[in-house]
Design a protein around this ligand. Structure first.
Ligand SMILES: [Zn+2]
Length: 130
């Protein structure tokens, strides 16, 4: 296999090489300060609710009874892309990979990548002002 063959194989396989549990822990740290708490009342979720929460499922808080979901209230709420696509997209943007290359690599439209770029930049700007 030549050098380019290895590069393309690596790029194509990256999504399958990402550990889903570690990625979820990364989202937990980025979006929730690593805390598993109700987004309404701030109380820790029960063990059972935590399990569903960490599996990205809708669950209920036993303290206030409201529904909670891992990505609710984050920039990833109602996202039409997978968590793996999101983290790769953000990483590629940080490396200044051209948008067309990102779109092709992640099987997304150029306009969708552009919209995510705006969302991520907005989030980064807000964080930077704190
Ligand atoms: Zn609650």
């Amino acid at each position: 296999m030549n050098e380019n063959g290895i590069k393309y194989l690596a790029a194509a396989e990256i999504p399958n090489l990402i550990d889903k549990d570690r990625l979820r822990d990364w989202f937990l740290a980025v979006f929730h300060d690593s805390e598993i708490v109700c987004s309404h009342c701030g109380q820790p979720l029960s063990d059972r609710a935590s399990k569903s929460y960490l599996n990205y499922q809708i669950t209920s808080c036993i303290n206030c009874g409201k529904k909670v979901q891992f990505f609710k209230g984050t920039m990833f709420q109602n996202a039409k892309i997978s968590p793996v696509q999101f983290v790769l997209l953000a990483a590629y943007l940080s490396l200044n990979v051209p948008i067309r290359t990102i779109a092709k690599s992640l099987d997304m439209s150029v306009s969708s990548v552009g919209e995510w770029q705006k969302k991520i930049n907005r989030y980064t700007t807000v964080e930077g002002e704190n």
